[in-house]
Design a protein around this ligand. Structure first.
Ligand code: PHE
Length: 436
């Protein structure tokens, strides 16, 4: 068997992890979750959740990956035996499941990108969404998205994922900053900033039962937690870098892109007098498309916006596929390209029902977000906090240097605060799922 690959540099690891984190979650989900939860009030709770729950939880996945240098199933098995390996198996399953419909959205984004240039949706964004979101055309674009994802992952950790994300992540940041600067010049942008940035604390007081779990859930999803993506990426680390400072860089960059998305989306909506509260899940594809249709520079801005969304989706999709590919590469004596094409084909087929019916799509999305991912996070935290425990602290401390006193504090924090927060999120998610 060939030697296991590693990142060529620390920056390579950080950018790959940021690429995984920054995705549809930041640019599509974050603005509409904010809108559903009272705008700025949500932002405040989200920032707290990212720092107090997201960051400690990402460190939990990092230590599992770096200590074992194994794919998600074998990593948990090495540390905790066959029962723990089941957490990894759940991760593999979630990888297949989530990527199958994430790629369908990737396909929609391609159609909006071209549709922006041609003005295809300008006559009626809602009707366009209906047209492109289900049917044989949808399958075709889902296939195109999967082919690109497979191409990058097949090229390997260094030459595919690391090189790819080194180009993709800076492009996302630069294009988003450019768009946010443009949005600043719009008439009515001020109302958008006001909505996004000046919190009404009474909204939090009245709606904390929904705002807190939504913010925690968003922080976990956005950091790609609960299915082993961060375990897998950390398993390609070589050396003793400071995981805390890497985790902070990743969390901050991820949050930065989400906030930037707000700086683009809200001024745009307010400039066109569109109420963000009406947007819902169609926010990007219907409401924002309507704003592009009405603006003079709409074609080009729309194109750039959907291009960024596509790059972001792609850099996350490769991490989903890599979780599964990594398991097979570690365990079977078959070449990575062949395994990647095989696994990618299975994922593609699993996504076909979602491409054919938006109801099936919604069901896949609900199961992933409300059950699979939060369950994965709860089990990971339970395992790392209470079973792996002292070993996890020792692993985290490698590289912490003078801040190594943080180790035990982190351990007790994930055992208590993080565990209760993710357990509560899981319970509420399951309740939402049952009542849907
Ligand atoms: N973090 C990604 C996003 O925000 C989604 C994702 C979740 C990717 C879990 C990998 C694993 O879109």
């Amino acid at each position: 068997m060939t030697q296991r690959e590693t990142w060529t540099s620390r920056v390579g690891f950080i950018l790959a992890a940021v690429g995984s984190a920054v995705g549809l979650g930041n640019i599509w989900r974050f603005p509409y979750m904010s809108a559903e939860n009272g705008g700025a009030a949500f932002l405040v709770v989200y920032l707290i959740a990212a720092a107090l729950i997201g960051l400690p939880a990402i460190l939990a996945e990092f230590v599992v990956g770096r200590e074992t240098k194994k794919n998600v199933v074998d990593a948990f098995r090495n540390l905790g035996g066959p029962a723990a390996a089941l957490i990894g198996v759940l991760g593999l399953f979630t990888g297949f499941w989530l990527l199958s419909y994430y790629s369908v959205v990737g396909g929609w984004v391609i159609q909006y990108m071209t549709g922006s240039l041609t003005g295809a949706y300008f006559g009626g964004p809602e009707a366009y969404f209906g047209q492109i979101s289900e049917g044989t055309g949808t399958i075709l674009f889902h296939a195109i998205f999967m082919v690109v994802t497979i191409g990058i992952v097949a090229a390997g950790v260094e030459k595919g994922i690391e090189v790819g994300t080194k180009i993709m992540v800076p492009s996302i940041a630069i294009l988003m900053i450019g768009m946010a600067a443009w949005a600043f010049t719009l008439d009515g942008a001020g109302a958008g900033y006001e909505y996004f940035l000046s919190p009404d604390f009474s909204v939090i007081a009245e709606n904390y039962q929904s705002i807190i779990p939504d913010a925690v859930g968003q922080a976990l999803f956005s950091l790609s937690l609960g299915m082993g993506a961060m375990v897998t990426y950390a398993s390609y680390l070589d050396g003793d870098d400071n995981l805390l400072s890497d985790g902070i860089s990743i969390t901050v960059l991820n949050t930065f892109v989400g906030v930037l998305a707000g700086f683009v989306v809200f001024p745009l909506l307010f400039a066109q007098n569109i109420d963000p509260g009406d947007a819902g899940a169609g926010a990007v594809f219907v409401t924002l498309a309507q704003a592009f249709a009405e603006l003079p520079a709409g074609r080009i801005i729309g194109f750039v916006f959907f291009l960024v969304l596509l790059i972001a989706a792609l850099s996350s999709a490769i991490s989903l596929l890599e979780v599964v590919v990594s398991y097979f590469v570690d365990n079977f004596d078959v070449s990575r390209p062949i395994l990647t094409v095989g696994i990618g084909t299975v994922v593609f087929l699993l996504g076909v029902p979602s491409a054919l019916s938006i109801d099936t799509f919604t069901m896949f999305d609900m199961i992933a977000n409300n059950i699979l991912l939060p369950l994965g996070v709860v089990l990971t935290i339970l395992f790392v906090g209470w079973i792996y425990g002292g070993g996890a602290v020792a692993e985290l401390r490698r590289g912490l240097g003078s801040t190594s006193g943080f180790g035990p504090v982190w351990l007790w924090h994930i055992r208590t605060v993080v565990f209760l927060a993710v357990l509560g999120t899981l319970a509420l998610s399951i309740m939402t799922f049952m009542s849907a």
